[in-house]
Ligand binder design. Structure first.
Ligand code: NAD
Ligand code: UDP
Length: 328
C-alpha cells in the first residue's frame, strides 16, 4: 500500500483530500497543528485503519518513520482574515514549512505536491489568468504575507526540482468552497451563508463589482489528484472559470437559500483583487480535467452543511476585531 503524508489535514481541503486518498486505497498520514483547522474535520476518518495523525507544526523539523511515496503540502492559513491575524505563522509555513516538506520528500524520495494559489497573480492585470502570467503583487501590503510566502514556496519547489531532481507538482488553487469550510473564516461563501442563517445583512465589500470564480471542493480534489499522478512539474491552475461579481453573487445566494437578508456595503479591503478567473486550458489539456459541479448544485450542498452546524458554531466569532483588518 502506498503511503501519503498530507499537511493541513484538519483543514477544509486537507481533510477532503484525506477522504479521497483513503477511498483510493492509500495509507494516509495527516499532519496539522489546528491553527486554523479543526479536529471535527478529521472525525469521519480518524478511526480508519489506514489513517494516522501527527499533531505538529510543519514549520518545525519533521521526522516520519518509514517510507513515504507522496506528500501533499496543504498546511497554511488560507483566508484573508486568518493570514492577517497570524501573519508571521503564514510566512513561516509557506517558507520554513515548505523547506521542511521538500527536505522530507528528498530524504524519502517521495513525489511532492505543493498547494499554491491564485494569489500569486495578486490583483491581476491579465484576465483570465494563465500560468504564464507573473502577477501583480504588493509585497508589503496586508495580503503580502500570504502572496509572497506562496511565491517563495513555488520558487523553492522549483529549486528542489531543478537542483535535486525532486519530483514536484504545483497546483494554483482558485477560490474553492464546500463542506468543512469554517463558518467564521471570513471567506465570502461562509460569511454570506452564516449571515443568512443568523438573519443578518450580507456584507458586500466595496461596490461588489470585484469578481471571483468559485470551484466546488470535489472538482478541486479531483484536479489535484490528477495533477499528482501526471508527469507535469510546472504550475497548473485548478479552478472553475465561471466568473461572477460579488454583488451578483450576494443576490444569487439570497435567492438560492430563500433568505430574507438585505445587502449592506462595507469598505473594500486593501489590495483586494478586482477580478479573478482561471484560464484552465492547461488542466484541460494535460490532465483532461474540467469542473463538473455547477454553482447552484455546489452552493446547495454547502448550505446544507452549514445548516447542520450547532447554534454555538453558528454564533462563534473568532474575529471580533475584524473591522481593524479591513479599514483602509
Ligand atoms: P484551512 O485553513 O481550512 O486549512 C489549512 C490547514 O493547515 C488548517 O487545518 C491549519 O490548522 C493547518 N496549518 C496551518 N499552518 C500550519 C502549520 N504551521 N503546521 C501544521 N498545520 C498548519 O484552509 P484551506 O482552504 O483548506 O487551504 C488549504 C491549502 O490550500 C492552503 O495551503 C491554501 O493556501 C491553499 N489554497 C486554498 C484555497 C481555497 O479556496 N480553499 C485557494 C488557494 C489556495
Ligand atoms: N467579500 C465580501 N464580503 C464578505 C467577505 C468577502 O464582499 O463578507 C469579498 C472580498 O472583498 C473579495 C471576495 O468577496 O472581493 C472574495 O473574498 P474571500 O475572502 O472569499 O477570498 P479572496 O478571493 O479575496 O482571497
Amino acid at each position: 500500500m502506498e503511503r501519503v503524508l498530507i499537511s493541513g489535514a484538519a483543514g477544509f481541503l486537507g481533510s477532503n483530500l484525506c477522504n479521497k486518498f483513503l477511498k483510493e486505497g492509500f495509507e494516509v498520514i495527516g499532519m496539522d497543528n489546528f491553527i486554523t483547522g479543526s479536529p471535527k474535520n478529521l472525525s469521519s476518518f480518524i478511526a480508519h485503519p489506514n489513517f494516522s495523525f501527527i499533531n505538529q507544526d510543519v514549520s518545525e523539523y519533521i521526522s516520519i518513520k518509514g517510507s513515504l511515496d507522496y506528500i501533499l503540502h496543504f498546511a497554511s492559513p488560507a483566508s484573508p482574515i486568518d493570514y492577517l491575524r497570524i501573519p508571521i505563522q503564514t510566512l513561516k509555513v509557506g517558507s520554513l514549512g515548505t523547506h521542511n516538506i521538500l527536505g522530507l520528500a528528498k530524504a524519502k524520495q517521495a513525489r511532492v505536491l505543493i498547494a499554491s494559489t491564485s494569489e500569486v497573480y495578486g490583483d491581476p492585470l491579465v484576465h483570465p489568468q494563465t500560468e504564464e502570467y507573473y502577477g501583480n503583487v504588493n509585497p508589503i501590503g496586508p495580503r503580502g504575507v500570504y502572496d509572497e510566502a506562496k511565491r517563495f514556496q513555488e520558487a523553492l519547489t522549483m529549486a528542489y526540482h531543478n537542483f535535486h531532481g525532486l519530483e514536484t507538482r504545483i497546483v494554483r488553487i482558485f477560490n474553492t468552497y464546500g463542506p468543512r469550510m469554517r463558518l467564521n473564516d471570513g471567506r465570502v461563501i461562509p460569511a454570506f451563508m452564516g449571515q443568512i442563517l443568523r438573519g443578518e445583512d450580507l456584507t458586500v465589500f466595496g461596490d461588489g463589482s470585484q469578481t471571483r470564480s468559485f470551484c466546488y471542493v470535489d472538482d478541486q480534489v479531483e484536479g489535484i489528484f490528477k495533477l499528482l499522478f501526471s508527469d507535469y512539474h510546472l504550475p497548473v491552475n485548478i479552478g472553475n472559470p465561471v466568473e461572477i461579481s460579488i454583488l451578483d453573487f450576494a443576490h444569487e445566494i439570497i435567492k438560492l437559500t430563500q433568505g430574507q437578508s438585505k445587502i449592506v456595503f462595507k469598505d473594500l479591503p486593501v489590495n483586494d483583487p478586482l477580478q479573478r478567473c482561471p484560464d484552465i486550458t492547461k488542466a484541460q489539456k494535460i490532465l483532461n480535467w474540467n469542473p463538473k459541479t455547477d454553482r447552484k448544485t455546489g452552493m446547495k450542498k454547502t448550505f446544507e452543511y452549514f445548516k447542520s452546524l450547532s447554534r454555538d458554531e453558528l454564533y462563534e466569532t473568532t474575529y471580533k476585531n475584524f473591522d481593524k483588518y479591513i479599514k483602509k
